[in-house]
Design a protein around this ligand. Sequence first.
Ligand code: G3P
Length: 215
Amino acid sequence: MKFFLDTANIDEIKRINDLGLCDGVTTNPSLINKEGRDFEEVIKDIASTVDGPVSAEVTSYDYEGMVKEARELAAWADNVVVKIPMTEDGLKATHTLAQEGIKTNVTLIFSVSQGLLAAKAGATYISPFIGRIDDMGEDGLRLIAELREVLDIYGLDSQIIAASIRHIGHFEGAALAGAHVATIPGTIFPKLWSHPLTDKGIEGFKKDWDAFTKR
Ligand code: G3P
């Protein structure tokens, strides 16, 4: 499974990239807004920091607007992937962009049907929002497993990005369910390497080493 960072914060990205654990980045209008920086500047900054794909989302919702914006975004850097919302116009735009060789990430996927349609339209990535599905009292991780099964049965090339990850259980569950990618918020990522028993173990070893060296 690849690890993407779900953030537009360059410090969070650099921290994980320095560990060799950042395979790519996803952003959305809310994450860009949070940074308070110019959209183009942030995306170019991220795209030159990481080697992998960087998703930048269109803000138009009509077919012509999405395609126009997508072509502009894709020209910002070679590794920009254009995020397209899962709508009829979004599917049409995804199909057009696939024919032009522009990579897309179809976002706001909440059902197997939506994922299957986006994959058939030519999406490079499809992004089911598992946390938001759980918020509805449904099972986000089940959707990941079902999408993976459907893509495999029909030999579709789209990769599943498990998005809207809120906790370690989502990350581990996405890995087990066969997500190709997990996109992890910068605030959640450090929790993946932490464990209270690791901290306790280190504390015990330190204490015993101190006692040994004072003998
Ligand atoms: O990748 C999608 C993500 O940014 C949305 O997360 O927690 O707002 O549902 P959340």
